[in-house]
Write a protein that binds this ligand. Structure first.
Ligand code: 7PM
Length: 277
């Protein structure tokens, strides 16, 4: 089970850790670009040392309630950082974006994977993604970040998310993206109640019916806080690691996290046990 990512290859027979690198100004002490790139590179370096095989660089906050950012703003945030990481580190770089212009520029400076929380539904996104030749991760979201948590509603959340992802896989195949270049993600926290999130986690194994690798992100999310008396973000580590372990045991191949070392250690234990099945 290998995923070809431009000039790199990821071995998905073992669960891989994707480290989150925010290139949004609020994640850094000042808005200056030098500081942003240097701080980001340091963080990426540490995450790689800790066991991340992929660094996910994002310049749009998709936090519930967040406002949209312009394409230029997104480019200014992510492109210099991707270029620097590509020049300095031996790691797979994923770009967390929904903008066709960002896909193209990110590819030029060394990105290896497109991670789109809007599953390539923006105008021109499917074609732009296809043109990069890079693998794509298709995520499910109900609504838009601005209002997605207002009133999430499903009749059968697992079936609906599954159906949506199946349809987006087909849309990719229709523009010529190879079946072996597609990943899917149920999108924990994106237009979902606490019960919806745990139902998706409990049934994550059913998504293997889509026949593409599964990526998940639940690190420090409200679904963790929701079972921990609404613990603040810095108190959600053990819960997040538990979610990562459950996901890996139910077949997830890439786990997107803030806390790389604790997650990488936990996944090694999962792998050691799984290898004896
Ligand atoms: C604030 C709240 C900022 C939540 C950022 C977030 C995912 C993703 C994100 C995910 C994939 C976060 C989210 N989440 N991409 N991007 N899957 N593929 O918690 O679950 O990191 S942003």
């Amino acid at each position: 089970m290998k995923l070809i990512c431009g000039d790199r290859t990821l071995d998905l027979s073992i669960p891989q850790v994707m480290g989150i690198l925010n290139a949004t100004p609020d994640s850094f002490s000042d808005g200056g670009q030098f500081n942003t790139v240097e701080t980001g590179l340091k963080h990426a370096t540490q995450m790689q040392l800790d066991g991340a095989s992929i660094i996910d660089v994002g310049g749009e906050s998709t936090r519930p309630g967040a406002q949209a950012v312009s394409v230029q703003e997104e480019l200014d945030r992510v492109i210099p950082l991707i270029e620097r990481i590509h020049n300095e580190l031996d790691v797979c770089i994923s770009v967390d974006s929904s903008s066709p212009e960002v896909f193209a520029e990110a590819k030029k400076v060394g990105a290896h994977l497109i991670n789109d929380v809007r599953a390539l539904q923006r105008e021109g996104a499917l074609k732009a993604a296809k043109q990069t030749g890079l693998p794509v991760c298709l995520m499910h979201m109900q609504g838009q970040p601005k209002d997605m948590q207002d009133k999430p509603e499903y009749s059968q959340v697992v079936d609906e998310v599954y159906g949506f992802l199946a349809e987006r896989i087909q849309a990719c195949l229709d523009v010529g993206i190879g079946a072996d270049q597609i990943l899917v993600d149920p999108g924990f926290g994106f237009g979902k109640t606490l019960d919806d999130n745990y139902r998706l986690l409990a049934h994550l194994d059913s998504f293997s019916g889509l026949n593409v690798p599964i990526l998940i992100g639940l690190s420090r999310k409200s679904m963790i806080a929701g079972v921990l008396n609404n613990a603040p973000a810095d108190k959600r580590l053990y819960g997040s690691v538990a979610g990562a372990v459950i996901s890996a045991m139910k077949g997830a191949r890439i786990i997107r996290v803030h806390d790389v070392k604790p997650t990488a250690d936990a996944l090694k234990v999962v792998q050691a046990a799984t290898a004896q099945l």
